[in-house]
Structure formats: structure tokens, C-alpha cells
Design a protein around this ligand. Structure first.
Ligand code: NAD
Ligand code: DAU
Length: 332
């Protein structure tokens, strides 16, 4: 058995990663380290509770991180503050968890020689013009726009420096927007689905023209496993399905799939500094490691995600009112 430490394993992508690993890679013995912030939910691990050891703790806790990393062959580092709107309102937790937290992980990995995979985002590159075919590549210079993306860019830089100067065995990946089950109701797709389910009107920022590239969370996690198995140490891999849609298109699709009029939403004030478009060129991952998205059809992936929220009201309902109260304060 290989011993794997998953940080942030009670969050959206981390929990799906743990489920995916238990299903497809039973040779891993998994420990999850998660601080259970507002975004973490122990219940996300209910289906695999018997196969996973859960540790409630902070990645900034030097001693705890050292002890857990010393017992791990592989560390997959998802833990982070992840929501751009929150970072604009209160940047400090982002600096702490995303930068200091990654530093703590790196120092422990340096001491104990574990293999590290660092999960990052395409937001580190800034944005692309709306009307262009340009895509981010592994060579695109970093140009982050928000406190969130600046903190993730900083964490990536730390990982690269620890690889070069200390010989830490790390890889990095930068994925585009994910969707799927267990995503917090603050994020775009779950917010709109759950608004419809409670009879509230969905909320579109600005004019809804901003474009995102949507990747199913299982496709992201399959890529992470390929990188763990065959990725080259020190290398960065971009992950993205290639399916770009404007926010307005996504919202209209959700409304249509949920049997609502496609104009039944409100336009709300735009996010400050709102990135226009993301698009990842994932040919390195596809050509070197053979990755292909399995959820090639966004419509059916979205329909399954809508069904998941419809059938799991118990999971999101307790968080919905508090999340909307936060948005009300932001005027969005
Ligand atoms: P999330 O907010 O749903 O989950 C984050 C998890 O990290 C939560 O369980 C939280 O409790 C935990 N956490 C936060 N701070 C911690 C700390 N100091 N110590 C221990 N645990 C802590 O986030 P997500 O959407 O699942 O994102 C996971 C990772 O993937 C992040 O690194 C994010 O930057 C990256 N990413 C996300 C997306 C996306 O579309 N959601 C896309 C690309 C990359
Ligand atoms: O690209 C990867 C990134 O994707 C990750 O690094 C982040 O962790 C993740 O949160 C996501 O960032 P975005 O800012 O793109 O995601 P969000 O779900 O917040 O918003 C998606 C788009 O929808 C964005 O253009 C803002 C818009 N939006 C969002 C909300 C919550 C709306 O129009 N209305 C909304 O209510």
C-alpha cells in the first residue's frame, strides 16, 4: 500500500478526489487533513468514511503537518481558500492558507522526501480577451488579478523554488473551472441551481459575457492521478476540457434543463476586476500523458449535477441562507 496525504480532502475537488482514488486506485491508504473551514464538510467523505483516516487540522500547523507528511509517500495538496469574491472582501485568510500553508507543506516535504503534487488554477495567468482564440500555456507569464489568484500564484512560485533549490519532488497542475457534486453553493453553477430549487432568481454578474472553460471534477482528478503516476518532476501541466461557455450561456442552459424560462434571472453588479475569459491549452497533458476528458458533453454533465443537487437538499440547504446573506452584503 502507498500512503497518501490529501490536504483539503473535505472540500469540493479534494473530496471528489478521495472518492475517485478509493474507486480507481485501491492501492492507496488515504489520510485527509482538513481544517473544516466554512467550505469544508466532513459529510463529503461519508461514502468513503471506512476507507479513509480523517484528521481535523490546519495546514499552517507546523508540527501536525510535519507528523502527517512524515507518514506519507505522496502528498496531494488541495487545501486553500478558493473563492474569488471572498478574497476581494477579506484577503487575509487567502494569504495565510494559500501561501503560508503551502510553505509549511513544502518544508515538511523537504524534510521527509515525500512526493508532492500541488493543485493550482488557471487564474494565475490573469485573463484573455473575449474575442480571440488565444489560450494559456505552461509558458504564459503569471499575471493574477484577484487576491485569490495572487495567493495561488505565490504558492506556485514557492513550489517551483523548492523544486529547483532543494530538489523537492513536486509537480504542479493548473486547472480551469470545475463542476460536479459537492461544490459549495457560493460557486456559480451550484448557486444558480439551488436558487431555482428554492424559488429564487439566479444572479448573473455584469452582462454575463465572461467566459469560463468548464471541466468535470472527475476529469480533473483523473489528470492528477496521471501526473502522479507519469508526470515529470518539476513540471507544470495545464488541465482543461476545451469547452468554453459564457456565463449567460451556462445560466440559460441550467434554466432550460430545469424547465424554467431562459430569461428568468437577474443581472447584478459586476465583480471588481472580473477576469474576462479563461482557456487552457492542455496539449502537454494530452500528448505526454494521454489524458482525455470523459465528460465530453457538458449538457449531460450539467444535467447530472442538477439531479445531484435536487436529490441532496440535505447537503446544501443548511449553507444556502448564510451564503446568500454574504452575497447580499456584497450587493451581488
Ligand atoms: P473548496 O473551497 O471547496 O475546498 C477547500 C478545502 O480546503 C476545504 O475543505 C477547506 O476546509 C480546506 N482548507 C482551507 N484552508 C485550510 C487550511 N488552512 N488547512 C486545512 N484545510 C484547509 O475548494 P475547491 O474548489 O475544492 O478547490 C480545491 C483546490 O483546487 C484549491 O487549491 C483551488 O485553488 C484549486 N482549484 C479549484 C478550481 C475550481 O474550479 N473549484 C479550479 C482549479 C483549481
Ligand atoms: O478557473 C479556476 C477557478 O474557477 C478556481 O481557481 C476557483 O477556485 C473557482 O472558484 C473558479 O473561479 P471563478 O471565479 O471563475 O468561479 P465562480 O464560480 O465564482 O464564478 C464563475 C463565473 O460566474 C465568474 O465569471 C463569475 C460569475 N458569477 C459567479 C457567481 C457566484 C456570476 O455571474 N454569478 C454568480 O452568482
Amino acid at each position: 500500500m502507498r500512503r497518501m496525504l490529501v490536504t483539503g480532502g473535505a472540500g469540493f475537488i479534494g473530496a471528489n478526489f478521495v472518492h475517485y482514488t478509493v474507486r480507481n486506485h485501491p492501492d492507496y491508504q488515504i489520510t485527509v487533513l482538513d481544517a473544516l473551514t466554512y467550505a469544508g464538510n466532513r459529510e463529503n467523505l461519508n461514502p468513503v468514511a471506512d476507507q479513509v483516516t480523517f484528521v481535523h487540522g490546519d495546514i499552517c500547523d507546523t508540527d501536525l503537518v510535519d507528523q502527517l507528511v512524515s507518514q506519507a509517500d505522496v502528498v496531494v495538496h488541495f487545501a486553500a481558500e478558493s473563492h474569488v469574491d471572498n478574497s476581494l472582501h477579506d484577503p487575509e485568510p487567502f494569504i495565510r492558507s494559500n501561501i503560508i500553508g503551502t510553505f509549511r507543506i513544502l518544508e515538511a516535504v523537504r524534510r521527509h522526501g515525500s512526493r508532492l503534487h500541488h493543485i493550482s488554477t488557471d487564474e494565475v495567468f490573469g485573463d484573455l480577451p473575449l474575442d480571440s482564440d488565444e489560450r494559456f500555456t505552461e509558458q504564459t507569464p503569471y499575471d493574477p488579478s484577484s487576491p485569490y489568484s495572487a495567493s495561488k500564484a505565490s504558492s506556485d512560485m514557492l513550489v517551483r523554488a523548492w523544486v529547483r533549490s532543494y530538489g523537492v519532488a513536486a509537480t504542479l497542475s493548473n486547472c480551469a473551472n470545475n463542476y460536479g457534486p459537492y461544490q459549495h453553493v457560493e460557486k456559480f453553477i451550484p448557486r444558480q441551481i439551488t436558487n431555482v430549487l428554492i424559488g429564487e432568481r439566479p444572479k448573473l454578474y455584469g452582462s454575463g459575457q465572461n467566459v469560463r472553460e468548464w471541466t468535470h471534477v472527475d476529469d480533473h482528478n483523473a489528470a492528477v492521478h496521471l501526473i502522479l503516476e507519469r508526470g515529470r518532476i518539476g513540471e507544470t501541466y495545464l488541465i482543461g476540457s476545451g469547452d468554453e461557455r459564457s456565463n449567460r450561456e451556462i445560466l440559460e442552459l441550467i434554466l432550460q434543463l430545469m424547465g424554467q424560462p431562459t430569461d428568468a434571472y437577474d443581472l447584478v453588479p459586476d465583480r471588481p476586476g472580473h477576469d474576462l475569459r479563461y482557456s487552457n491549452d492542455s496539449s502537454k497533458l494530452r500528448n505526454e500523458l494521454g489524458w482525455r476528458p470523459q465528460y465530453a458533453d457538458l449538457e449531460s454533465g450539467l444535467a447530472a449535477t442538477i439531479d445531484w443537487y435536487r436529490n441532496n437538499t440535505w447537503w446544501w440547504e443548511p449553507h444556502k441562507r448564510r451564503t446568500e446573506a454574504k452575497y447580499q452584503l456584497l450587493g451581488r
